[in-house]
Design a binder for this molecule. Structure first.
Ligand SMILES: NC(=O)C1=CN([C@@H]2O[C@H](COP(=O)(O)OP(=O)(O)OC[C@H]3O[C@@H](n4cnc5c(N)ncnc54)[C@H](OP(=O)(O)O)[C@@H]3O)[C@@H](O)[C@H]2O)[C@@H](O)CC1
Ligand SMILES: Nc1ncnc2c1ncn2[C@@H]1O[C@H](COP(=O)(O)OP(=O)(O)O)[C@@H](O)[C@H]1O
Ligand SMILES: [K+]
Length: 476
């Protein structure tokens, strides 16, 4: 698992650790990592030209010390001090002692124009809001110069705790972060500005508390997924019921079933108007046309993709929500469900909105959801007492309990923004629910496999390609 902690958690851990260590040790650990990554980016340090953009806090201090380390190895290092009178005194002295120099912003143009590498030490976890105008101007000059940008701890101007970006922010090639990931490094829009991430262990480990955000890694997913054993039969492996598609949208039925069939359940029951299309593609499906409760027992339901908004569709959603097995609600189902019906449930409920659907459920503009994904997914999970998987450029999974870390999906590709790929995801997640995975595990493992399958599929991909590629994404 990869973990991200809030600024407060980092500060608490830092305080606890600093009480046991001589002064300055943590900053030296940070600077050593920062210099090592800078050297890697440069390839050859001797003779290179490095600019350190140094703000007034410890973030600037880290960058100045890293600059000093590179200066000692033969780089020409110029620090640009954003507030010269408040620059980190010891860091600046170290840089000068190593042969580096410092200038004010008025003399920054020439060194920036010739720089190979720029450290963004403008602001770190102490930052508030976007870049101030002077820093934003400097960054424009940096981009014009085409220097590599290495952000110190996080790209300046992004919100470390939320991934929100309130104004201008640094666009980095690499971000070197200290002690733990910060939620903003994993969640868009900020994550999109961080470039490649490098975590430097500065020893905070044991002092960090519960993470705010976590990302599954391959081994975590492998440990969660169902594996048939000697005593398995198709019923014991779990049966998933899919209520999806309609005369108008039979394709959604095919896609949801295709995801479900690749999700490890023992059998898939399909209920609805798309049965002929489903059977043509997936003859192994158990098809029925009546109401969901007449279809036979299932261990989990998926309801909603391509369902339309007929009275029958509404009744089907109500019936499924009234069942005592886990239910995943997607697409049209999200519009048709009642909040009270979700709140009244005893078994798990998983909601899988994209940003537009989440916006409708929350009564916020879509742009507000996209700008504040973490807040949106938590708010929905709280309001519905459900596990919520918010889709999009960063897919997040929140549990109904606010104490649980939010999961951020590390796989995926923008090629997934293609019609019907969400239907495949809902079928897949439903299949994992039927195989008895806890709701957050089913949702986050499904997002992981779906995103990995998409990456393994040559673009431009179709939704059905993703379903077909799922076995290659399944960890062995
Ligand atoms: N915690 C740890 O374990 C370790 C932490 N370490 C490092 O310390 C960093 C945190 O340092 P920090 O606390 O000094 O704050 P920091 O991010 O430098 O900024 C604060 C200053 O910025 C200013 N400012 C605010 N907003 C701004 C804006 N938008 N644009 C411009 N300026 C803005 C604000 O001053 P203001 O001008 O508002 O008075 C304030 O003085 C952390 O990210 C990591 O790099 C490592 O050394 C190793 C161990
Ligand atoms: N910009 C993006 N980057 C990565 N993944 C995306 C992006 N946009 C959409 N996706 C993914 O594509 C899928 C689209 O699902 P959805 O919006 O429900 O579409 P549909 O209803 O057509 O199936 C989701 O898995 C979502 O996370
Ligand atoms: K920074």
């Amino acid at each position: 698992m990869r973990y991200a902690h809030t600024v407060q958690a980092v500060r608490d851990a830092e305080d606890a650790l600093m009480a046991r260590l001589p002064e300055g040790v943590l900053m030296q650990r940070a600077a050593a990592g920062l210099a090592a990554v800078g050297a890697e980016v440069l390839g050859r340090v001797y003779g290179s030209r490095v600019v350190v953009l140094a703000g007034s806090g410890s973030n600037g201090g880290d960058a100045l010390y890293a600059g000093a380390r590179l200066a000692r190895r033969g780089a020409a290092v110029t620090a640009v001090l954003l507030s010269p009178e408040r620059a980190h005194t010891a860091g600046l002295a170290a840089l000068r002692a190593a042969g580096g120099r410092a200038v004010g912003t008025e003399d920054a143009a020439a060194p920036i124009a010739r720089a190979h590498l720029v450290y963004d030490g403008i602001v770190g976890i102490g930052g508030k809001g976007g870049l101030r105008p002077q820093a934003a101007d400097l960054m424009r000059a940096v981009y014009d110069a085409r220097a590599a940008v290495v952000a110190v701890d996080l790209p300046s101007g992004v919100d470390a705790d939320t991934g929100e970006v309130a104004g201008d922010a640094v666009r980095a090639d690499v971000t070197v972060t200290f002690g733990t990931y910060k939620p903003g490094l994993l969640i868009d829009p900020a994550a999109g500005l961080a470039g490649a991430l490098r975590l430097i262990d500065i020893g905070l480990g044991d002092d960090l508390g519960v993470p705010a955000v976590e990302a599954l890694q391959n081994a975590d997913v492998a440990a969660m997924l169902p594996r048939p054993g000697g005593e398995s039969d198709k019923y014991r492996r779990g049966v998933v019921g899919i209520v999806a598609g309609s005369d108008r949208y039979p394709g959604a039925a095919v896609l949801a079933v295709s995801g479900a069939i690749r999700g490890g359940a023992g059998a898939v029951r399909y209920v609805g108007g798309g049965g002929a299309a489903v059977l043509a593609r997936h003859p192994e499906t158990l098809v029925s046309t009546g109401s969901p409760h007449a279809a036979g027992r299932v261990q989990a339901w998926v309801v909603g993709p391509g369902l339309g908004d007929s009275a029958a569709a509404r009744t089907a959603v109500e019936e499924v929500l009234a069942s005592d097995v886990p239910v995943l609600v997607d697409a049209d189902g999200l519009r048709l469900m009642s909040r009270d019906a979700v709140l009244a449930r005893n078994a798990a409920t998983v909601l899988t909105p994209h940003a537009g659907e989440a916006a409708a459920l929350l009564g916020r503009p879509r742009e507000a959801v996209e700008a504040s994904r973490l807040d949106a997914v938590r708010a929905l999970a709280g309001a519905y007492g459900a596990t919520v998987l918010l889709k999009g450029s960063t897919t997040l999974v929140a549990s109904p309990s606010a104490l649980e870390p939010v999961r951020v999906n590390p796989t995926g590709t923008a090629w997934l923004a293609t019609a019907g790929s969400g239907d495949v995801l809902s079928g897949l997640a439903g299949s994992l629910l039927a195989a008895a995975l806890p709701a957050a595990d089913a949702a986050s493992a499904a997002a992981y496999l779906h995103g990995l399958a998409a990456r393994l599929t040559p673009p431009p991909l179709t939704a059905l390609d993703v379903a077909t590629t799922l076995p290659s994404a399944w960890p062995l």
